[in-house]
Design a protein. Structure first.
Length: 332
């Protein structure tokens, strides 16, 4: 596609409003995120408890394991739960997250169909506690949550995993969004670096704008074959208001909010990131800078709903996917 040619030179990247890590770190994270607030988002358990305090919906907490002695009690903790997720409280990039879809005949079954035993689960939890997946390798806590039953309307857009929505929030304004769709290549995880599909989303409507896998354009899901042009995130305005409210909840001016859509509870906060990555610019085919510059010119003290309405009005986009009806040839 032509946009790849236009992004060849650094000057053209700047013309597109693309920001790099240095500008992100110095101009936005360094200026708007106070370091004393980082633990609120770097520790998933603290984030979850804070969300409960502010009435922001998140997956139900089954329990935590904080010591190696407690590992032997994990079997009793999991009794009666058909599915669950175990994650390191201080993990990053999806590392150390174990998803169990169901339990049959004492076997713990992953979305891929692979079966684990209770000793396998205990070993994984022990590794989490030892800091194998945590930032800096520091001792960690294992957080066990209920399994998300994601919205049925999204079934055709993902493979063996829960799709999530990343929204970049700046000074409380949702400025850019994408959905990450798990694939066989990503082993059922919504991780772009591992091969998940990233879909840029129209802030105004939640509809798909364009999509990439391994930084290359795609028009249908590589495993399900479903056309991505038809993707629209349900309950979009509710989701944006939830994302915007995380500004008041954390006090962080520049953050990434990761959310999921549960078929029963609707939009739910999964986790927050004080140093969100920049791949969202690639999935949207647009840089963040112009949007961030506009937000910096806005006054402080604007209520969340007004911030969302402002973003929906100013950051609306036309989809590039609908302009490519021959998805078969384009995706070949």
């Amino acid at each position: 596609m032509s946009w790849l040619k236009n992004w060849t030179w650094p000057t053209r990247l700047r013309d597109k409003g693309i920001i790099g890590m240095n500008r992100r770190n110095i101009r936005y994270i360094g200026r708007y995120n106070k370091r004393r607030l980082y633990p609120l988002v770097d520790d998933k358990l603290k984030t979850k408890l804070l969300a409960q305090q502010y009435g922001i919906t998140s997956p139900e907490l089954i329990g935590t394991v904080t010591t190696q002695f407690g590992v032997k009690h994990i079997g009793a903790m999991l009794t009666g739960h058909a599915g669950f997720v175990i994650k390191p409280a201080k993990g990053s990039g999806g590392k150390g997250i174990l998803v169990i879809e169901k339990v049959e005949d004492n076997a713990f079954i992953k979305p891929s169909g692979a079966k684990l035993t209770l000793p396998d689960i205990e070993r994984h939890v022990s590794n989490i506690l030892s800091g194998l997946y945590s930032l800096g390798g520091s001792p960690d806590v294992a957080v066990i949550e209920t399994l998300i039953n994601f919205d049925e309307s999204l079934m055709d857009y993902t493979y063996e995993g829960v799709p999530d929505i990343r929204v970049i929030v700046f000074k409380g304004y949702p400025v850019m969004a994408m959905m990450r769709l798990s694939t066989a290549a990503s082993d059922g995880k919504a991780n772009l670096h591992q091969g998940a599909v990233g879909v840029g989303l129209n802030i105004a409507t939640g509809a798909a704008l364009r999509a990439v896998q391994f930084d290359r354009p795609c028009f249908s899901h590589p495993d399900t074959g479903h056309d991505l042009a038809s993707l629209v995130v349900p309950q979009w305005e509710t989701l944006l208001n939830l994302a915007a409210g995380c500004y008041e909840m954390t006090g962080l001016g520049y953050l990434g909010t990761d959310m999921v859509l549960d078929r029963k509870y609707g939009p739910m906060l999964l986790e927050l990131n004080a140093r969100p990555g920049l791949a969202i610019q690639m999935t949207n085919g647009e840089g963040l800078r112009r949007r961030l510059d506009l937000i910096e010119r806005q006054p402080d003290g604007v209520p969340p709903k007004q911030r969302v309405a402002f973003a929906q009005h100013h950051f609306a986009r036309q989809s590039e996917l609908v302009e490519n009806p021959d998805t078969t040839s384009a995706n070949a």
